[in-house]
Structures are given as structure tokens and as C-alpha cells.
Design a binder for this molecule. Sequence first.
Ligand SMILES: [Zn+2]
Length: 267
Amino acid sequence: MNNIRPSKISVYLLLLLVIPTLLVSVSKAQDATPTAVPLPHWEYEGNTDGPAEWGALDARFAACSAGKAQSPIDLKSPVAGNFTNIKFDYKPSVLNIFNNGHTVQVNYDAGSSITFNETKYGLLQFHFHHPSEHTLNGKAFAMELHFVHRSAAGNLAVVGVLIAEGKENEALKSVFDNLPTTKGDPQPSQLMTDAAKIIPADANYYTYTGSLTTPPCTEGVRWLVLDKPIELSAAQIETFGKIFELDARPVQALNDRDLLEDTTAGS
Ligand SMILES: [Zn+2]
């Protein structure tokens, strides 16, 4: 009987140790669960919910103001070199187009990808900014197209394509003839789009590590901005501008980051 008491004490001690641990685990699990609180409204202009205020709108947007590796940036004074080429493996997709309230987005069928630095990133969607978000030596372009990719490990890579005013763009005709003017969900479509025909041939690229350019401004995004712009006609740009007059975040500080430029396209 003598040995019961110490064992009871042991059980009590064990419970005293285990219960707080369990409570901490439960609260951690609750923290990790997506909260039902909707994300706040944000805009591209204004003193209350414009870009300068994004970080203060919600704790989940903190990186927008506190982050030191934000996007977009001004592309200038890159370190030039022979870096890994981007291997594009884009296939046609059904045109799954919608207006999400901040841009026009085309969700892309599974099966298209890029490979960069031996990592494969699947193409998820592309969308537009007006004017461009990245600037080249301080100069903004008429628009910018972002191809958003994700690797199996969950890392994001975005290919940015600057857009200048020029000839009508045939490859983007199905998109620009069907720009949704009001916010809504993706609609099934009989039309097709082909990202392989949209990207310019033999382009070099600038690369750096940055962030999403919209809240929550999440960092760890591999940016690959092609150095050869594509063209859209003045009418195509105007059509987009009537829907989104301004949907571009201002350039952010480079801080302690390297901007690299690949100068060996096609090799
Ligand atoms: Zn974008």
C-alpha cells in the first residue's frame, strides 16, 4: 500500500504539468484555425484605406507596412549575370475570367507551369494592373500583367510582364473583348486563352524576393519581371482603364535586397 501514495502524487503532478500544456495546445490550434472575421475593405486610393494605410487596417495586413521585402519596386541598377533561365511550359486554357473588385483575373486550367532554379511552379491565374506596378528606371508602363504560380511546397513565383501602348494584342483579344465591368464570380466560358502566346519571346528578366502587391502583402514571393514589354492598343488599355482607373500599388523600398538581371535569354 505504501507505494500507492507516491504513485497518486505522480499522477497529480503529471496532470498539473499536462493540463496547462493541453490548454496551450488548444489555444494554439484555435489561433491556427481560419478566423471568421472577414478581411477589411481596402482600396488603391484614399487616406483611410489606401496603400499607406493597408498595414494599419488589420493585424493580418501588418506586413504591408512593417515588411522589409515588399513589392513592387523600381527596377534599376541590377546586378547583371548569367542566371538560370525560366522554362515556360504553358498550355491553352478555358477562359475563366472575372472581376474580383480589385482587378480582372483569369483563373488558369491546371497543367501549365514554369521551372525556375529547378523548382516547378504551377500557373494558377493571371491578372492586370493599371498602370504598371514595377517601374523601370523610375518609368511606369501603361499596364502590367502578373502570372501567379505556386510550387508543390506552397512557394509563390510571379512572372511580371510590362505592357506598353502599341499594336492591338491578338493573344489577349479573348481577354480584352470580355473584360467584366462589375465584380462577380468566374463564369464558365466557351472561349480559350493561351499564356504561351502572351509572353514575349527571348525576354531576359529581373529577379528579386518580394511580396504580394495586395493585402495581406505576404512576403517570400519570387519575382521574375520580364525586361521586354508586350503591347496593347490604346483602345484595349482604355477599356481596362474604364473599369480600373488605378489598381497599382506604389513602389516599395528595396532595403537589404539584391536585384538581379539575367542577360542570357535563350541559352
Ligand atoms: Zn498583381
